[in-house]
Write a protein that binds this ligand. Structure first.
Ligand code: DX5
Ligand code: ZN
Length: 218
């Protein structure tokens, strides 16, 4: 992959000091915001009002990952906040093509995520509707889980499909990304890397981001 982006996940940050936590990741390409509703995943994080405030104070573009049911209804409201990208789960959307178009029409990049057991093949015809394809490398819901190697062939198939099409789609991986796993994900074809615990668990998050980026491009 030509480009390489590191998107730290604030799921591993201190939720009562978010503005200060954003300042610690100044070397990031974007900040990944995990929205969970305790329906699509068995965990609850934050919603529209807090994402709106993060967007207002963040010096870095926002990449929202919506782990929420009824994506058709909610995702456009996140795009309306002016976020750089909004990613809904394919499993939570009734009309993913319509939804992706709606996100773009509202000015956000359109992202679609797949759980580890969801195949990419049924969605290859809609690559042109997407700016970002998120291949989950853990079951969504919690930070700090182990990278699932079983997802590597799916990343490879997605990379081959994107390279064989006219679509410009970033392939993002999320879950268990660290210095120990990022090279495997990059080699398989990912070019945007979400990292929560590997960044915020480090003494110097900005430096951890630089080191991850170095591993992903080498
Ligand atoms: C998990 C979230 C991830 C999470 C990643 O459901 O989507 O973004 O924050 O955390 P780590 O990098 O610790 O696996
Ligand atoms: Zn995420």
């Amino acid at each position: 992959p030509v480009t390489c982006c590191i998107h730290p996940s604030i799921l591993s940050a201190d939720f009562v000091n978010l503005e200060a936590e954003l300042a610690r990741i100044s070397t990031a390409d974007a900040v990944h915001v995990d929205v969970m509703d305790n329906h699509f995943v068995p965990n609850l994080t934050l919603g529209l009002p807090i994402v709106e405030r993060i967007q207002a104070v963040s010096p870095i573009p926002l990449d929202a990952h919506l782990m929420i049911a009824d994506a058709d209804r909610w995702a456009p409201l996140y795009a309306d906040l002016g976020l750089a990208s909004v990613t809904f789960h394919a499993e939570a959307a009734t009309a993913p093509i319509k939804l992706a178009r709606e996100l773009r029409a509202r000015g956000s990049r359109a992202g679609m995520a797949l759980r580890p057991a969801t195949a990419v093949e049924p969605y290859l015809d809609m690559l042109g509707e997407l700016d970002l394809l998120l291949i989950m490398t853990v079951e969504p819901g919690f930070g700090g889980q182990s990278f699932l190697d079983v997802t590597l062939p799916k990343i490879r198939r997605a990379r081959a499909a994107v390279d064989g099409s006219d679509a410009k789609v970033a392939i993002q991986v999320d879950g268990g990304i660290s210095a120990a796993t990022i090279e495997r994900a990059a080699e398989a074809g990912a070019d945007v890397f979400v990292a929560g615990s590997a960044v915020y668990g480090a003494q110097d998050p900005a430096d951890a981001i630089r080191r991850l980026r170095g591993l992903a491009v080498s």
